[in-house]
Design a protein. Sequence first.
Length: 271
Amino acid sequence: MRGRPGSDLGDLHQRDPDYIRGTLPWIWLAASFYFRADIRGLDLVPEQGPVLLVGNHSGGNLTPDTLLFTLAFTTHFGVERRFYQLAHSLVLRMPGMGMLRKYGTLEASPDNADRALKAGGAVLVYPGGDWEVHRPSWHSGEIEFAGRKGFLELALRNEVPIVPVVSIGGQETALFLTRGEGLARLLQLDRLLRLKVLPISLALPWGLNIGDFTSHLPLPSKITTQVLPPIDLKQRFGPRPDPEECYEFVTRVMQRQLDELAGERRLPLVG
């Protein structure tokens, strides 16, 4: 999928360091107390230059792990470092979510990702997208990219390292029951809205929540995130890396780390 020409959801200049600087302290404080954030390994991210951060995705349309990582990254590296996060256009158009653009959130597309990397930015992508973020809560400890390999092409095309970012806890912020992929096909949501799922969950304040189009109030689940060492695909796999081999390696590394994070948790929500 290519970015739409002229879309304001792909404007790199909407990221506003002054706005981030002004809102960062109180948002980070509130998020830290509510989700008891534990963000580890930021020192493994290259200190400068473009880099592709590849994360697993959790928590429905309002993903707390993305918010917490964005705040932690900006605190660690400073607001002047270019940092962008890719998200579905529907998330950016949800009521009250326009402020995400000031933090550097862009509509997910290859064009937008390419431009952000060429501008020297650190770019956070979620290959699993809506498929992974709405997986059932009992899949919380699983990496589910659904075979999507576009992030590998993105890293190779721009000659940037991949830095895996693995989180747990987001899928406990509601009781996610089903992706509803069959219902989405029936309603042709992929053609109409680029949605392959119509998730069903139990979430505050709605109770039964179908589609998560108006988002929900996340439960205060402890969020733990671990950054892993950079992966240079050409250095590891040669000048013409095989996408299947690269995909299997990256997802295996991330799954191993997610297994470790899951092993640390004693109780849902509490962590």
